[in-house]
Ligand binder design. Structure first.
Ligand SMILES: [Mg+2]
Ligand SMILES: [Zn+2]
Length: 268
């Protein structure tokens, strides 16, 4: 059985949000002003471009930024889990993230994981002399991805599940060609759309107690057809991968031992 494992990056592969780690480098007053004025009204990569512009203006260097990327907390058990999956045979790994190429590549390289991923789907970032990193939207402003899927936010209001610059559901439908099974791990609101695209042959692994878990615990959870395995930390991911990939091939769904059943029951 050929399997593709797609993982979100922030709060999934690593245990924090990488852009928030960068925001901490800003002087406190500029941090507050930028967040108040722009964070909620700009597409996220555009906002981060403002942040990198300010970091450059306040004397931060590429070396400062890359030091942060290399120090992002990637749990040892996550590293073991990813290597175990890759070494188990017919498995390919991809990152699907709304962060950027510079952050993800530097972090994976520092953890000696850069060679096990076959693709990193994210916003392209380039080092420049004028603003440190310049991040281009994965989906350009003039080429809307067209996803109209919504979720209930924490106030019970229907909002777009995907950000304007990436629809991870569309990416999963592209990436899954040639594979028998998708395993998807994520924590955030924009990980709901790919979850809805998974079938009963796939495994959806939402992180417990993050936004995606809240969304799935409500009526939106009824849209999920995949087998669902919740996880809280990297140790859980390692245990899940050990059980999934310990099966002798060919592996059938009945052998795979995910938690099958109503998503509300699994979420509670
Ligand atoms: Mg995330
Ligand atoms: Zn979408």
């Amino acid at each position: 059985m050929r399997t593709i494992i797609a993982l979100d990056f922030d709060c999934t592969i690593i245990d924090v949000d990488s852009d928030h780690a960068i925001l901490e480098l800003l002087p406190r007053d500029i941090h507050a002003t930028l967040c108040d004025q722009y964070a909620s009204v700009m597409p996220w990569p555009d906002f981060m471009n403002r942040v990198y512009e300010e970091l450059h203006r306040t004397g931060r260097t590429r070396s400062d930024i890359e030091t942060i990327f290399r120090a992002l907390p990637l749990p040892a058990a996550m590293r073991t889990a990813l290597k175990l999956a890759k070494e188990s045979g017919a498995v390919d790994l991809v990152v699907v993230s709304d962060a950027n190429t510079a952050t993800i590549r530097e972090c994976l390289r520092a953890n000696e994981l850069d060679t096990i991923f076959s693709e990193i789907v994210t916003n392209e970032a380039t080092w420049t002399d004028t603003r440190l990193l310049e991040i281009a939207r994965y989906v350009p402003a003039d080429a809307a991805h067209g996803c109209r899927r919504t979720v209930m936010d924490a106030q019970g209001v229907a909002v777009a599940s995907c950000t304007v610059n990436i629809c991870k559901g569309r990416e999963i439908n592209r990436l899954r060609a040639g594979y028998d099974r998708v395993i998807y791990l994520g924590d955030g609101q924009n990980d709901f759309c790919p979850g809805c695209e998974l079938t009963c042959h796939d495994i959806f692994m939402p992180r417990r107690n993050y936004d995606l878990h809240r969304i799935l615990s409500g009526s939106d959870g009824e849209h999920i057809q995949a087998n669902v395995m919740y996880w809280s930390n990297a140790d859980d991911v390692l245990a899940a991968f050990q059980s999934i990939f310990a099966e002798p091939e060919p592996c059938t769904l009945a052998d795979a031992q995910p938690v099958v059943g109503s998503i509300k029951a699994a979420a509670s």
